[in-house]
Design a protein around this ligand. Sequence first.
Ligand code: SF4
Length: 449
Amino acid sequence: MALSGLDIYKLLPKTNCKACGFPTCLAFAMQLAKKAVSIDACPSVSKETKAALEAAAQPPIRLVSVGRPEKPLDMGNETVLFRHEEKFRNPCGLGFVIDDSLSDDEITVRVQKINQLKFERVGQELQVNAVAVKQTGNAERFVEAVRLVGARTQLAIVLMSQDAQALAGALPLLKDTKPVVFSVTGASVDSLLPAIAPFKPAVVVSASDLQGVAALTQQLTRQGIQDILLDTGAKPCAQKLWDLTQIRRLALRKSERSLGFPSIVVVDEQDPAAEALQAATYILKYAGLVLVRSIENWQSYALLTLRQNIYSDPQKPLQIEPKLYEIGTVTRESPVLVTTNFSLSYYTVLGEVEASKIPVYILSVDTEGMSVLTAWAAEKFTPERITQTLQKMAVRDKAQKSALVIPGYVAVMSGDLEDQSKWDIIVGPKEASGIPAFLKTLGHGKANR
Ligand code: SF4
C-alpha cells in the first residue's frame, strides 16, 4: 500500500540537513510520496528504511508481461477493487485451449482461426491474446504441438503441462516469446522448477485454496521467480468468483504480497453459451487471463466488447476527433448528420449510414465524449455549440445546398438551432437504426422539417 508523506517522514532521519536539496525532511517526504524524487537523494537513510520504502512503492498486484516483447500481454498492476474508484489498467487476456491430441492439420486450422479473432469496435481493434497448448499424452507429442503453434501465432503461448520432460523440450522452442507454464503445484514444484526456471517463463501456481497458492508464491519468490500467475483450480463459478475477489481484496486492502499477482482461470464448459457467461464473469472480476475452448466469432466478440467496456477509463469516455467526416462520395447536396464525439454514438451512426449506402457528412461535435442525451442534459450539445462547430469546421464550404439533420432525441432544440445557425434543420430518427430508412425519405423530400 502506498505510504503517505507523513508515513515516509516518520522513517526519515529528521535532521533537516538539506543534503537532498529540500529544506526539511518533511518537504522531501512529501515529494517522495508523490514519486517526484528518489529516496537515493537522501544520503542518511538506513538500508532498512530504503528497503521498506521501495517495498511500499511496489504495485500491490505485480505487473506480469508475457508473449512477444513487441506485442506483450500485460496482466496485473491493478490498484482498485472497483472500476469507478479510478480505472482497471490492464485488460484481462482472452486465450484458447488446444489439446495436443488433435492432428497437426486440426491444430493449424484452430490456430489460424484464433489468429483471425480480431474486431473493430468504436475505432479500436479488439483482439484475443493467447493460445494454450494442453498436454494429453506423451512429451514428444506435446513438444511437437507447441512447435506447430509457436510457428503459427504471434499471440502469447501457455504451456499446460506438469511434465518436466515435456516442458524442457517445449520451452527452448519459444525463445522469442515469454511463455506461461501452467502450472506448478505443491507436489510438483520441486521437480519442475529446475527444468523450467532457466527459461524464465511466467509460472502459474495451482492450489485449491488461497493459503496453498500463497505458500507457493512465497516459495517461488524466494527462488527469484517473480512473474507468477495464481490459479485456484476448477470450481463452480460462484466459488471461483469468491476466490478471485478475495485475492484482489487481500492484495489491495491488506497488502498481502503473497497474493499480489494476476490470476488465471480455465473455463471448462461444454456449452458455448455457458462458457461465454462464465468467462464474462471472470473478465468482470478479477481474472488477468481467461482461457476458453470455443473459438466462435460471436463468443469472442461478446467477451472482447465486454472487456473493452470494463477496461475503459470511466473518467474519460471513448472519444473521436470532433470534425466533419465525409462518408461515401459526398456532394454539395449531401445532408449533414449531427452527432456527438462520443465514440459509440459516432460509430453507431456511421454503421447505419454505411449500411444505407447514401453519401452523407457526419458532423461530430465536441461534447467531451458524452452521448447525445447526456451531453444535451449537461449543456454540452447545445444550439450554440453546434453553431460554433459549423462555423469552425467551415461546413458551408462543402455542404452548400444541404440541410442539417439533428438526432430525434434533441428535436426540442431545432427552432433555436435554426435561428442561430441559419441552417435548415431536419429532425432525424431517435434511434440510429432508423437512419437508413430516414435517409431514403430525405432523398424524396419526406423528412420532418
Ligand atoms: S537529506 Fe535526508 S536527512 Fe537530510 S533533509 Fe533530506 S531527507 Fe532529511
